[in-house]
Write a protein that binds this ligand. Structure first.
Ligand SMILES: N[C@@H](CCC(=O)N[C@@H](CS)C(=O)NCC(=O)O)C(=O)O
Length: 200
């Protein structure tokens, strides 16, 4: 059986949980407390030298990390990853956007707020939020006349972007002015077998 090394509040971990639930794939979830350094033990570093969840252990004992790589691996051959060459590249485009222009601001601010801000973080937070709103602006624009991010269908691009967007308010982001994002969030949470981020 697949094993997922995870941390419940992590949106990166949630992406994988959301996809596994959508596909109805059974797996064992192993919770590691990242606030206690549990991904930095010698034992875990052998699974992922980068010391981070999510990390997926396959049936043959090999490991895969980086949430969007895991999504790609699990979605291959399913309705959640298009077959068309251009659409597949578009899925990658949005997943790279998520990692470079979205997650470093929206996810990081949420984690800071959750943990309690240090003096240095207090100094940086306005700029992080500004960049987060920039990413939300790009998403709002893309969703003009489109129900989903790629090819008019729900895909792992939506899963990757949903994970931290739907909890952006926990980092103090106000999504009330983003009508298309809100409609899209509702479409994603209305997908069959949807689970909340709080569900282990
Ligand atoms: N780019 C990675 C980011 C993974 C990541 O930052 N994981 C965090 C939790 S969301 C973590 O494990 N942090 C523990 C640590 O850095 O010690 C992905 O998409 O999977």
């Amino acid at each position: 059986m697949l094993k997922l090394y995870d941390f419940l509040m992590s949106g990166n971990g949630y992406k994988v949980r959301l996809l596994l639930a959508a596909l109805g794939t059974p797996y064992e979830r192993i919770e590691l407390d990242i606030t206690q350094g549990e991904t930095r033990t010698q034992q875990f570093l052998q699974r992922n030298p980068n010391g981070r969840i999510p990390t997926l252990e396959l049936e043959d004992g090999t490991h895969l990390s980086e949430s969007n790589a895991i999504l790609w691996y699990l979605a291959e051959g399913t309705r959640l990853l298009p077959e068309d060459r251009f659409e597949r590249a578009k899925v990658l485009q949005w997943m790279f956007f998520e990692q470079y222009s979205h997650e470093p601001y929206i996810a990081v601010v949420r984690f800071w707020v959750h943990q309690g801000l240090t003096a240095e973080q207090r100094h940086q937070i306005d700029e992080k939020r500004r960049r987060g709103y920039e990413a939300l602006g790009v998403m709002e624009q893309q969703l003009e006349g489109a129900d989903y991010f790629v090819g008019g269908r729900y895909s792992i691009a939506d899963i990757a972007l949903y994970a931290y967007t739907h909890v952006a308010h926990e980092g103090g982001f106000d999504l009330s002015g983003y009508a298309r994002i809100n409609d899209w969030l509702a479409r994603v949470s209305g997908q069959p077998n949807h689970i909340p981020i709080t569900q282990a």
